[in-house]
Ligand binder design. Sequence first.
Ligand SMILES: [Zn+2]
Length: 469
Amino acid sequence: MKLRSTLLLLCLIFSSVLFSSQLSLAVEEEENPEAIISRFQQYLRINTAQPSPDYAEAADFILAQAKSLSLESQTLEFVNGKPLVLLKWPGSDPSLASILLNSHTDVVPAEPEKWTHPPFSAHLDSRGNVYARGSQDMKCVGLQYLEAIRRLKASGFRPIRSVYLSFVPDEEIGGHGGAEKFAESDVFQRLNVEIVLDEVLEWGMKYETKSGKKSELVGLASPSENYRAFHAERCPWWLVIKAIGAPGHGAKLYDNTAMENLLKSIESVRKFRASQFDLVKAGLKAEGEVVSVNMAFLKAGTPSPTGFVMNLQPSEAEAGFDIRIPPTADPDALERRIAEEWAPASRNMTFEFKQKHSSLDKSGKPLITATDSSNPWWNLLEEAVKKANGKLGKPEIFPASTDARYFRDLGLPAIGFSPMANTPILLHDHNEFLNKDEYLKGIEVYESIIKAYASYIQHARRDGSKDEL
Ligand SMILES: [Zn+2]
């Protein structure tokens, strides 16, 4: 009997040693760079380009990854056929607020004939560049979150705060069927999120200096080494101004025609645009800190079978503008300018907004995530990036919009951050790529950030000590 039980014990020990060594071998295999890049390529090969993204396949892929990491998962569908995958790595103290790592699964369309390698081939070239639509914006980030968790799990790290990952649809078409509905949902409320990380897009601008020299501003702090982080973004106002006037013969000169009135306004808008742009060109302000205005359309004329009636001055003319306002600008002053200069009633003009996002959150505060001592998450991010041998630039205002605004709307701190340095800006451009080393480095950066965030417990205590002072 004794011998039998000893044998059984030995057998058990042996098989568990075998099992654990097989397991660690499997873990090692999953962690080697080739396997990591191959998973990145798999995700990139799923064609999630708007307007008809293959969301089902993307969701299946993410769910399979989650399963391999033993993360809890659920699929939410706020809009039919547009799954939002929500994953959870439970923390040991459920009473603490959680962390949300957000990424979008859709990408903008690509014109394959203009690419060196097909946009959904995820071709890896000899320099280590992975070419694919979404390699920068932002499938890299979504998967880097997961890879960072894979490493943390393998190292035995256990989070104190719960970490959630949301893979949302439709960011590239405004986020209304994705992050917006998610942020407003009861499901989101129940997550008790305290900090959101989302994407940052590298943003450059080209312009000609007064002497005609072409200049390029890329990553205002430093084009190469720094990671950029955004703590706010400009709000879009889509403005349509309309002029009306008496129609008349094309040969007649008279005042107050619709076209003349509209042109006066356009001239005024152009002057304002130039004044803002000058501040950027002079290096006095970053692009995200000024109000931008760009004309989106002009609509006028009386159509004829061969084009337009040429001997008739039309009675109506319209122009549309995409205006972006930083949360630091005064929205009332701008609206006054529109009413008094750009579309004055005295010139028979009216205006309407096709879209007008407030630069204030739901409680009336400007939509800016604090980066001072009132927001410990900023400091934690800075420290964590440093620990991973990265450098974080100064907080910036993102010139366009991302899903982060829906979370800031709720008054939550949201930081836009994608660990991509030394990378040319190619999001939404042809031949978008990310170098594999930059991708792998980004995983280490997220590993450091997630570790710092998920271990952070001093928040409540720090607030308490403030009171005592
Ligand atoms: Zn994006």
